[in-house]
Design a protein around this ligand. Structure first.
Ligand code: NAG
Ligand code: NAG
Length: 162
């Protein structure tokens, strides 16, 4: 019963925070996701920022081509450009400490800058997921991902390289 209550509280929280963020324009493909971790935000934040920088030094792969725009303990902004340079996406991560558990709740969003892609083939989801996977955060204690097709275009279809 406790587990069920906790799960529904988390689920309600997901939709509150997903709808609290300003909605991107109708024609910009986007993905919003929430990740939970048992580790403190400082540790998660550092890994995400380091991974963005590691990927920005590599060239010639879809997973690379990230650029860090700004990083503070509470948020990270970056962008990502496709190999052909045609598509680019804005990326933001927001870090919220979970007081009761000493963990971290990360709310992430990737939004296409162009107006073209109504179906993005999971591009925006993979922009976020590739960073989390490559930095080893998917095996971090307490790791949990929450999103769905309404919050994240192409989520079901996405096959990210990692
Ligand atoms: C990505 O961010 C970098 C650093 O702020 C900036 O120089 C670059 O113009 C941005 N690229 C796009 C496509 O927005
Ligand atoms: C992407 O970020 C740039 C620079 O911050 C901003 O000018 C632009 O409006 C953003 N585009 C979208 C679709 O959010």
């Amino acid at each position: 019963m406790k587990t069920l209550l906790l799960a529904s509280a988390l689920f309600a929280g997901l939709f509150v925070s997903l709808s609290a963020a300003p909605a991107p324009g109708t024609y910009h493909a986007f993905c919003r996701a929430l990740w939970l971790f048992a580790s403190p935000c400082a540790e998660i934040n550092t890994k995400v920022a380091q991974q963005i920088q590691a990927f920005s030094l590599l060239a010639g792969c879809d997973e690379c081509q990230y650029m860090l725009v700004s990083a503070t303990p509470l948020s990270i902004t970056a962008n990502h450009t496709s190999l052909d340079g045609v598509q680019s996406e804005n990326i933001t991560f927001t870090f919220i400490p979970t007081v009761l558990t000493g963990g971290c709740r990360v709310s992430a969003q990737s939004t296409s800058q162009g107006f073209t892609s109504l179906f993005d083939n999971g591009l925006n989801y993979c922009n976020l997921y590739n960073l989390v996977a490559a930095s080893g955060l998917t095996s971090e204690p307490g790791y949990m991902e929450m999103t769905n097709e309404w919050a994240c275009l192409g989520y079901r279809q996405a096959t990210c390289k990692d």
